[in-house]
Structure formats: C-alpha cells, structure tokens
Design a protein around this ligand. Structure first.
Ligand code: NAP
Length: 340
C-alpha cells in the first residue's frame, strides 16, 4: 500500500470521482477539492459504491476562479491530479465563462503544486486540445498535434481546454522547481456512473436510451472508459517516463449508429426508445440552429475524427477495455440510478 498523499481537484465530477476511487484502492491518502463542501456527503455516498475510503479521504473547498484554498489543499501532497474544469457542450454567450476558469484554474492548481513541491501534476486535458480541425476531411491525431485555438467554428470548450493545457505547460517550463507535469487527454468518456449527477459526456447514451434524439445523426466519436481514464492518470502520475509527456486516452471509434445498435441488441426492452432511423445531415443542421448542444457538433457530421492511444500503451502499458463493456456498463448504471 502506497501511503503517499494525492490531491485530486474536482472529486465531485465523473472522472475526478473515479480517480479518487482508483487512488484509494491503491492505498493512497486522498484529498479532493470541491467548490462547495456541502457536496461532501453526496460524493462520499457515490464513492462508497466503488470502494470504502476509510479515513483516507478528506475534502477541501477551492474554486478555479479564486485563489482561496489552493495552498492549504496542496501543502504536504506528493502528487496532484488536476481534473476540475467546466464542461460545456453548447457554447456560452461569453467564451470567458469557460475559458477563464479552465485556464486560470489550471494555473492556480499548478502554482500551488509547485509551491508545495509536489513530485508531479497530472492534468486532465482533452483530445479537444489535440485536434486537426473541426470539419473537412477524416483524420487520426496523436499527441504531437495541437489544436489551433483560432480555428473557425472551434467550440469554446475546445478553446478552453487548449488554452488551459498551453498555460499549464508554459507555467511548468518557466518554473525552476522539480515538479513535473504530464497530461491525460481523454476522448469521449463513458462507462459506469455512480449517481444521477453525471458528466455531460454521458448524455450521448442517456439521450439514446430515453429517446431524446429524433434519429441517429452521422456523428462518431472515439469512446474511452472512465475507469481506464482514471487508470491512465495514476500511471502517468508515478511512471518516471511520463514526466513532460501528453497521453491521449482514447479507445474505440464508434458511430452513433454503432452505439445505438449495441444498446438495442444487448439491452432488449430496456432499449426500446433507442432510435433506429438515421437522421439526414440537413435535419441535424436545421435542428442544430435551435438546439445549441447539437449545433456545436454539426461541423463534424459524417467525418471520422479519430485519436491514437499507441503512446500510452507503448510507454505506460495502458490497455483500454472494449467498447461493448464501456457502453453497456454506462447504460446499465444509468438504468440503476433511475436516470433513464
Ligand atoms: P464533470 O463530471 O462535469 O466534472 C467537472 C468537475 O469540475 C466537477 O468536479 C466540478 O465541480 C469541477 N468544476 C467545474 N467548474 C469549477 C470551478 N469553477 N471551480 C472548481 N471546480 C469546478 O466532468 P468530467 O467529465 O468528470 O470532466 C473532468 C475533466 O475531464 C475536465 O477537465 C474535462 O474537461 C475533462 N474531459 C472530460 C471528457 C468527457 O468526455 N467527460 C473528455 C475529455 C476531457 P462541481 O461539482 O463543483 O461542479
């Protein structure tokens, strides 16, 4: 058992929660930041479905938009997993609503980590920071690719993740300290949820199961399991070879039609509302004019934008699980929590 102390920012979130659970299972002492300490009971209840934290878990209040609390949360830690960042499928009116907390919050968390002399920070970035474009042709990207934040029609979320990751690397490169940085850049994260308060990414399965999509758009994503994403964070935290590296956490590319077919084949009557009809591109584009969530993904209609996880497998021995397990465990957990 490790006994070292790790701060996970955003333990109330989907990926943060699974990182906390994974660390506890490996014997670490874990601190987590939440914006509101009133969430502690709910987070403990949700984590309790995965593991028993015993007396190795504590909560600290810290907001990405304020300096308060970061030093106290980080002091005495061996590692920091900086996971917290606002999600937003739909673009907000003011881009700074997402960009400022993402970028300034990353700077706050990393500055506190440097000050505390932690060994390594692992920051959750995104494949949105490693994309070759938003529309156009099919492509596969890896860690050498950086999203151009000025790309026309790039979502505000993708801008926020790119600018935050850039700022993190700049801060660490400018620091004379021994603290090292690694980033994990996940694709679309699915897998089991432990409460009804789940990440926006899970809406892909939730909307299909609850019949909230009129037809299946020609949209596809690389899908990765939340448990594998947490595992990659922990590997990147301790492996000496991970210092200074980005790691894409991507597993299997799937079209919406593939996910829908899997749900229908394997869940039977519980998937009765999953649509079978394909939605023509023009219908989705039209609907996207009124539905901001849909509007943000229409530039990718019909294009296979994929990501390679070769580097994580080669350097860190990371092996993501098959799509089927990720999608079905996600769906069954949504059914179990009563969300669909
Ligand atoms: P989530 O469940 O919505 O969790 C987001 C976390 O960030 C929550 O703990 C939230 O805290 C915290 N947060 C948001 N704004 C904050 C603020 N101003 N101050 C402090 N904490 C704040 O989303 P998730 O899917 O786990 O995402 C976690 C990370 O993974 C993010 O960095 C996201 O960009 C990245 N990521 C996610 C996906 C995906 O498909 N889910 C893919 C690639 C990358 P509250 O509980 O207080 O709201």
């Amino acid at each position: 058992m490790s006994g070292e102390t790790v701060l996970v920012t955003g333990g109330s979130g989907y990926i943060g929660g699974w990182c906390v659970a994974g660390l506890l299972q490996q014997g670490y002492v874990v601190r987590t930041t939440v914006r509101d300490l009133g969430k502690e009971a709910a987070v403990r209840a949700s984590l309790g479905k995965i593991t028993d934290p015993g007396n190795r878990l504590s909560f600290h209040a810290a907001n990405l938009t304020s300096d308060d609390g970061w030093d106290a949360a980080t002091e005495g830690c061996d590692y920091v997993l900086h996971v917290a960042s606002p999600l937003g499928v739909a673009d907000p009116k003011d881009p700074d609503e997402l960009i400022v907390p993402a970028r300034e919050g990353a700077k706050r968390a990393i500055a506190a980590a440097i000050k505390a002399g932690v060994k390594r920070v692992v920051m959750t970035s995104s494949v949105a920071a490693a994309a070759k474009g938003v529309g156009g042709s099919d492509w596969t990207a890896d860690e050498t690719v950086w999203t151009d934040p000025k790309t026309p029609r790039l979502s505000v979320y993708a801008q926020s993740k790119t600018l935050a990751e850039r700022a993190a690397w700049e801060l660490i490169h400018a620091s004379p300290s021994n603290t090292t940085l690694a980033t994990v850049n996940p694709a679309l994260v699915l897998g089991p949820v432990t409460s009804g308060d789940f990440s926006e990414s899970v809406q892909v399965v939730e909307r299909l199961l609850s019949g909230r999509v009129p037809g299946l758009p020609r949209l596809g994503f690389n899908v990765v399991d939340v448990r594998d994403v947490a595992d990659l964070h922990i590997r990147a935290m301790t492996d000496p070879k991970a210092a200074g590296e980005r790691f894409i956490a991507a597993a299997n590319f799937a079209w919406m039609t593939d996910i829908a077919a899997l749900l229908r084949q394997r869940l039977g009557p519980q998937a009765a509302k999953v649509p079978t009809r394909k939605a023509p591109d023009f219908v989705i584009r039209l609907a996207g004019l009124f539905d901001k969530d849909l509007g943000s993904v229409t530039p990718g209609l019909g294009h296979k934008h994929d990501y390679s996880h070769d580097k994580a497998e080669r350097i860190l021995g990371w092996k993501p699980r098959p799509l089927e397990e990720t999608v079905l465990d996600c769906a069954n957990s949504l059914i179990a929590t009563g969300a669909v």
